[in-house]
Ligand binder design. Structure first.
Ligand SMILES: NC(=O)c1ccc[n+]([C@@H]2O[C@H](COP(=O)([O-])OP(=O)(O)OC[C@H]3O[C@@H](n4cnc5c(N)ncnc54)[C@H](OP(=O)(O)O)[C@@H]3O)[C@@H](O)[C@H]2O)c1
Length: 377
């Protein structure tokens, strides 16, 4: 008998990525839908006119991938420096001369934009997002959302009262291959644990070793490995298994006072998830979810290009995912445009809950270890 397990991608996945899911046979007993390959399907929604805050690499990537998605139009750029904003605008403006702002209030008051992408240092997310939400703009807010849960609650309240959406840019959760991993969970039977790894030596750690304090390694700017890089594994665990019953963290503290990385253990009913994360070393280990019937293996918790099911008894390997998207911010650009354009409040509410749960965990883990941000003193 062939069992068809209910591992179909959710409506929000199929509606924008793949209209006709293929089916692949994992074993003689189980058939699951194969998940999306290559680029997400683009819907013909209204283009969203948007502005950016922050002009570093991630903002350049977002502007480029947003443009490639065909859903977003860059119309405004904020920078502390007019010259920097102009350079960014001419690179990504597609000949449309985006407006230049050197105040957040100016950008937030621009009637010609509906949304703002925010990639400023972590500690500034709150004030930047609040000003934009109060200006009636949808906000795509880079991870980690805010320094504290209280700040995040205030932002979501502002979004609700102004009738706009606040979406945290957990880009990895929008990857088709992450969704393939999630859809494969029923293959495992009883789940016995997971190991989610993201550790990458940061070029900015060189500066810390040389005695400097770059933003991402600064308590003043709400930095540290857990909120910067560990958050990928914590968010993935919560997206896969829900909020943990309890959590612990054993960080290495670097010279600037923030955590440089370390193991996080998230405990669930009957199993635990280990999140190995660091900005002080590089790991090449894959990430895995373990079950009675087999193991789901991915090359990492983000930029996933390989999703495999390994049968527990036969060790046979079956490929589940597809090719990864060419642009690693494109899937979130497409999904967030769909949520905004279709006013998908149900999906937005799920993402709001996820953002709050992730922050609740990282905030507790920091405080347990005496890692106190400047805004909390
Ligand atoms: N999703 C991802 O893959 C990903 C990747 C990287 C970063 N991020 C997130 O993106 C955000 C920015 O990270 P980043 O490493 O690019 O940060 P960053 O380089 O420290 O700062 C980003 C931008 O903020 C402005 N800025 C820098 N220092 C400032 C200060 N002291 N006061 C006010 N503005 C300042 C600068 O823009 P101007 O000079 O133009 O004002 C800068 O380009 C973080 O929240 C990070 O977690 C996400």
């Amino acid at each position: 008998m062939t069992n068809q397990i209910s591992a179909a991608p959710s409506k929000s996945i199929t509606s924008h990525i793949h209209t006709k899911p293929h089916f692949i046979t994992v074993s003689k007993l189980i058939t699951i839908p194969a998940l999306p390959r290559t680029s997400p399907k683009i819907n013909s929604y209204t283009m969203i006119d948007f502005g950016v805050i922050g002009t570093s690499t991630i903002s350049h990537n977002f502007a480029a991938h947003a443009h490639a998605s065909g859903q977003w139009n860059l119309r405004a750029v904020y920078s502390r420096s007019k010259v920097t904003a102009q350079a960014f605008a001419s690179k990504h403006g597609q000949g449309q001369s985006p407006k230049i702002y050197t105040t957040i209030e100016g950008l937030a008051g621009d009637e010609s934009i509906q949304a703002v992408y925010i990639a400023s240092p972590n500690s500034l997310h709150y004030s930047h997002a609040k000003t934009c939400l109060e200006g009636g703009k949808h906000v795509i807010l880079e991870k980690p959302s805010t320094s504290t849960s209280a700040e995040l609650a205030t932002l979501f309240a502002a979004a609700h009262s102004h009738g706009v959406l606040l979406l945290e840019a957990h880009r990895h959760l929008q990857e088709a291959n992450f969704k393939a991993l999630r859809s494969g969970l029923p293959l495992l039977g009883a789940i016995y644990g997971a190991s989610l790894t993201y550790a990458s030596y940061s070029s900015r750690y060189d500066a810390v070793l040389a005695g400097a304090e770059p933003n991402i390694f600064s308590l003043e700017f709400s930095g540290g490995s857990l909120v910067d890089i560990g958050v990928y594994g914590v968010a993935a665990a919560i997206a896969l298994f829900g909020p943990p019953k309890s959590a612990t963290y054993d960080p290495v503290i670097v010279a600037t006072g923030v955590d440089g990385g370390g193991p996080v253990v998230l405990r669930y009913e009957g199993f635990a998830v280990t999140v190995l994360q660091s900005k002080c070393y590089t790991s090449t280990a894959p990430s895995e979810v373990y079950g009675e019937k087999g193991t789901l293996r991915v090359n990492g918790v983000t930029d996933i290009d390989s999703v495999e099911f390994v049968d527990a008894k036969t060790k046979a390997v079956t490929k589940l995912g597809g090719e990864k998207c060419k642009y690693n911010l494109m899937e979130e650009c497409v999904e967030f445009a769909r949520i905004i354009n279709s006013r998908d409040h149900e999906e937005a509410a799920k993402l709001e809950t996820l953002s709050k749960e992730v922050l609740k965990v990282t905030e507790k883990l920091r405080k347990d270890n005496g890692i106190i941000f400047a805004v909390e003193r």
